[in-house]
Design a protein around this ligand. Structure first.
Ligand code: HQG
Length: 182
């Protein structure tokens, strides 16, 4: 499988494991785990050929470490980014660094100024520790702009922060008050 096909399959896994498991008849538990055999069988019904080797190679080569495999190697999950209502992944709560970054597109700025950063269809607002990631994230939606979030100050005022297994920072909502355009 070439790089483009791997990337496309990785996107399919993200879609199934974060958003629409039921589209292939798959069940996730509350921690987001899906049985690998069921994933393979469900995908096959949709005419998509997956096997264990391919899945494991996507997990290990994912640039953002999007997925993890259970210790017994029977289950797979996406480590963050869910919108699926049956998943309630218990991320580790942590004190954030002084600043975290959020990449967005210029066309969203006016609305962000009014509402702050909201989770939208996902479970959390996603933040990164470095600006480079934020630029890449913002680019997906248009002309990128990086927002600097006063994360530690928010935390000191009672806002909760979590860190996913792949180091992405998560929080429920960032009021505009704590946001500065870079
Ligand atoms: C924007 C990728 C209007 C927000 C990344 C973003 C991430 C608002 C979009 C992960 C808003 C939501 C998540 C408001 C936020 N008004 N727009 N009040 N508040 N927005 O894709 O953070 O490659 O759901 O700025 O690395 O872009 O998929 O969230 O532009 O970690 O693994 O609404 O997805 O990871 O977009 O990206 P998304 P996101 P993967």
């Amino acid at each position: 499988m070439n790089k483009k096909q791997l990337n496309e399959t990785s996107k399919f896994l993200s879609y199934i494991l974060r958003h629409e498991p039921h589209s292939i008849g798959l069940q996730l538990d509350t921690e987001g785990w899906a049985e690998i055999d069921c994933l393979i069988a469900g995908a096959a019904k949709e005419g998509r050929t997956l096997d264990r080797e391919l899945i494991l190679s996507i997990v290990s080569s994912s640039d953002k470490k999007r997925f993890s495999i259970s210790n017994d190697a029977q289950y797979i999950r996406a480590v963050q980014g869910h919108s699926n209502g049956s998943v309630d992944l218990q991320h580790i709560e942590k004190e954030p660094p002084e600043f975290l970054y959020h990449g967005t597109a210029t066309r969203f700025l006016e609305s962000i100024q009014q509402q702050g950063l909201i989770a939208g269809s996902r479970h959390h607002v996603h933040l990164s520790q470095d600006m480079t990631t934020a630029v890449a994230v913002g680019q997906r939606y248009g002309k990128p702009v990086v927002l600097k979030v006063e994360a530690l100050r928010m935390h000191q005022q009672g806002f909760k922060f979590f860190q996913a297994e792949n180091d992405v920072w998560l929080t429920d909502h960032v009021p505009n008050f704590f946001i500065h355009q870079v």
